[in-house]
Design a protein around this ligand. Structure first.
Ligand SMILES: C[S@@+](CC[C@H](N)C(=O)[O-])C[C@H]1O[C@@H](n2cnc3c(N)ncnc32)[C@H](O)[C@@H]1O
Length: 234
């Protein structure tokens, strides 16, 4: 991926999707729901969903799978991890970790500027202001000094493969993060909606080590077209 020229993140709105692109979940009116991930959270996560600010305003299927996987299999290890979520939307995966795990240091949830108010709203709704930081991180753009100093070792990305023009931008950001910290692990979950989505995986395999993750729910989510991997530096 070296030598790829950087371009800034495109603006993406739910209305930009044609039928040949990833169909969105059914448009729901803005509302707040409570999620306990099959009892894995003692106190449910409150998640405000509002698609008016972008497609990340709603919890997507890979977000559900990844949040549950992290709680089920990585709760203890997360205590000392430096966690950063990419394309967090309303922040569901990162907020679930902050809610359900002891974490020694604040965790970052990131997305484009349009999602920032919803991230901040959900942080406040769950009284996680001292444990979660909502920040703008546009894929493909250089990492901010704050993120460079934080040097994440655990990166989360759920349902970030759905818009082909953004694939090189996301690959660039993964490359930047894995160069910053070559021992970092990216937990990566996505739902295949179009054949092009597998192109992302092909490119990722060329640049990184991509490994399927064990999960007892795999038979169920595989049937629904969901993939769960770790991505690490080669
Ligand atoms: C399908 S949503 C997934 C939201 C959440 N991770 C989930 O699983 O529910 C994809 C998210 O990626 C974000 N995104 C898309 N392109 C981006 C870019 N170029 N830079 C940063 N975030 C981006 C969108 O704003 C959106 O919140």
């Amino acid at each position: 991926m070296n030598g790829r020229s950087r371009s800034s993140s495109p603006e993406i709105s739910p209305l930009d999707f044609g039928e040949d692109l990833a169909p969105l979940p059914v448009y729901k009116a803005a509302a707040t729901t409570a999620l306990d991930f099959s009892g894995l959270l003692d106190e449910p996560l409150k998640l405000h969903e509002d698609l008016s600010s972008g497609c990340g305003g709603q919890l997507w299927p890979a977000g559900m799978v990844l949040a549950k996987h992290m709680l089920h299999y990585h709760r203890d290890k997360l205590q000392t991890s430096r966690v950063l979520e990419l394309g967090a939307g309303g922040g569901s995966v990162g907020l679930t970790i902050a809610k359900g795990c002891r974490i020694d240091q604040p965790l970052y949830i990131t997305d484009m500027i349009d999602m920032e108010p919803l991230m901040q709203h959900n942080i406040a709704l769950n009284e996680l202001d001292d444990r979660v930081r909502g920040r703008i991180l546009n894929w493909g753009e250089p990492l901010s000094q704050e993120i460079i100093d934080f040097k994440p070792d655990t990166i989360l990305a759920a349902d970030c493969v759905y818009f082909e023009p953004a694939f090189p931008l996301l690959l660039q950001t993964l490359e930047d993060l894995l160069t910053l910290n070559p021992s970092a692990i990216v937990f990566f979950c996505f739902k295949k909606r179009r054949r092009a989505d597998m192109q992302f995986l092909k490119s990722a395999r060329r640049a990184f080590r991509v490994t399927e993750l064990e999960d007892e729910d795999r038979p169920v989510f595989t049937r629904e077209g969901l993939f769960l991997y770790t991505i690490t530096a080669k």
